[in-house]
Write a protein that binds this ligand. Structure first.
Ligand code: ADP
Length: 514
């Protein structure tokens, strides 16, 4: 018969309850056998009884690979055959003696558990036998014989499954039904059909035995045991193949995912390459304009007719100075961007008078400096921060405010302090920024107008630098803008830089994405 109780790790009270069950099943079966068997001495002494017990033991002891689903139990039909051909107590004895467990032989199983296993098989066989004999006769006509066999099979299997489930429910502290469900998985009807089939097979064994003797049963069983082993092997092989298939499918899915990632990376790289090309073109153009102007002024100044014109010389020199400053700002921005990229932007913390710094930056914006209206309260404390980086932030914000607003319109620079923070804003009354563009303007190289005919100079670097530098100074930047009305960029930064103790390099989170 198929189901047996196994050994597992147990806790004390549960252990005691399973012991009681083992005793409650084992003791009455032993007692019954002790009382009933002496009356069957004649039958018991027949070699065939021993042969049946031996057959059960042999098919049980042949190892089969572990299999989670339906098992093809050969001991079940043999025991049912015994239940049909022998009186019930003798069949029970065959089950008790024959249902050996390899773990018993290896002394890996407690005696009581072994007794329980054997006793519940004996009880199941006994029940099957009693039911069969109540319904049919061993050599009687086929219809009642088949009905008796089927009834016996259902009863024997049910009792067996129930006792084993009871044992496991006590052992694991879960409901019997739950264990039964676990035992039969999702195929309870398949189990029933299989055991009805095995029961009929038991009937065939009994009939064969009655007409031909035990040797015919042995001849019958030999190829079956072989077939069973083959069946399990092929199942195991099919399982292994299915597992390999599953692994292959998993790997294929992973590869597909990687491939997709690769495609995305290639697309990103292409886009970066395109942006790089565009950037080089824009920067070349940005560099070319002041250099061409400088060259033009220099050439003009060398002309002999201008040698004596002091006013014109002064004006040209001033223009040259402005173009040089513009050039210098662009080169400095490029340098800073490259340092941010390589995470090598050292901080140089020192005392900074905000008002002085603003004055210096605004003066550098000449000839547009006059458009900047500065409103800074006198009580702003001395900052402890990086002067150079802060001046770059101011320069870029003011440069944009002047650039993106009409000539002559004012741009306001306001500042205030709030709880250890300096808050300053640069406001213009220019073209403004479309709402949908606002999230993108701090991206590197991003320009709202990306056409080649754009009216405004610039390389799309300024605001990304402002964002990175302000973060480096321990603060943040925000923008409010209405298209056609103007924009306000507000910076919040600590009056005293958090790492006011010495130089350090750009932290990871501030570093620009590649
Ligand atoms: P750019 O060199 O093009 O000025 P920035 O990074 O400084 O690059 O700015 C990114 C884009 O944001 C600009 O191209 C411009 O379209 C928009 N922008 C920045 N500042 C202003 C502003 N004050 N008013 C309107 N648009 C602005």
């Amino acid at each position: 018969m198929e189901e047996r109780a196994s050994i597992s790790v147990r806790s004390e009270p549960r252990d005691r309850r399973t012991l009681w069950l083992q005793l409650a099943v084992g003791a009455p079966v032993l007692a019954y056998l002790a009382v009933a068997l002496p009356g069957e001495r004649q039958e018991l002494l027949r070699t065939d009884v021993l042969l049946f017990a031996l057959a059960v033991a042999v098919v049980d002891l042949i190892p089969v690979p572990g299999w989670g689903g339906l098992q093809l139990s050969l001991s079940f039909p043999i025991l049912l055959g015994a239940a049909i051909v022998f009186p019930p107590p003798v069949a029970a004895a065959v089950a008790f003696v024959g249902s050996a467990d390899p773990r018993e032989l290896r002394r890996e199983m407690p005696v009581l558990l072994a007794l329980f296993n054997r006793a519940q098989m004996a009880a199941s066989t006994l029940t099957g036998g009693l039911l069969f004999h109540a319904v049919a006769e061993t050599g009687g006509p086929a219809p009642p014989f088949v009905a008796g066999v089927l009834l016996a099979a259902v009863a024997a299997y049910s009792l067996n499954a129930l006792l084993v489930a009871l044992y496991h429910s006590l052992l694991r502290g879960v409901g019997v039904l739950q264990v039964l469900r676990g035992m039969h998985g999702s195929a309870p009807y398949e189990f029933l059909l299989a055991y009805l089939g095995l029961g009929l097979f038991g009937g065939v064994i009994a009939r064969f035995y009655l007409s031909e003797g035990f040797w015919s049963v042995a001849v019958f069983l030999g190829p079956l045991v072989f077939a069973r082993q083959m069946y399990f092997r092929s199942r195991a092989l099919a399982d292994r193949l299915a597992e390999q298939n599953r692994l292959l499918a998993e790997q294929a899915a992973r590869l597909e995912e990687l491939l997709e990632k690769e495609h995305r990376t290639v697309d990103e790289l292409r886009e970066l390459n395109r942006m790089k090309g565009e950037f080089v073109a824009v920067v070349s153009h940005e560099l070319r304009t002041p250099v061409t102007a400088l060259l033009g002024y220099a050439k003009t100044l060398r002309q002999p007719e201008f040698a004596e014109d002091r006013t014109l010389r002064e004006e040209f020199l001033e223009r040259m100075e402005r173009q040089s400053e513009r050039l210098l700002r662009l080169v400095e921005n490029l340098l800073t961007a490259s340092r941010i990229e390589s995470r090598q932007l050292p901080l140089s913390i020192g005392r900074v008078l905000f008002e002085d710094l603003v004055r210096e930056v605004v003066e550098g914006l000449a000839p547009e400096a006059g458009r900047v209206v500065v409103r800074i309260p006198r009580d702003i404390p001395v900052l402890t921060t990086d002067r150079e980086l802060l001046s770059r932030v101011l320069q870029n914000l003011l440069d944009n405010a002047l650039k993106y607003s009409p000539e002559g319109s004012p741009c306001e620079l306001e500042a205030a302090t709030e709880d250890g923070w300096l808050v300053f804003s640069v406001r213009d009354h220019g073209i403004g920024i479309p709402e949908t563009e606002i999230p993108k303007i701090f991206e590197r190289f991003y320009q709202v107008d990306q056409s080649s005919t754009r009216t405004f100079r610039g390389a799309g670097l300024g605001l990304s630098l402002v964002r990175d530098l302000v973060q480096h100074l321990g603060g943040g930047v925000e923008v409010e803008s209405v298209e056609g009305e103007g924009s306000r960029f507000t910076v919040r930064m600590p009056l005293r830089h958090p790492s006011a103790d010495g130089p350090r390099t750009l932290p990871r989170e501030v570093a620009a994405e590649p």
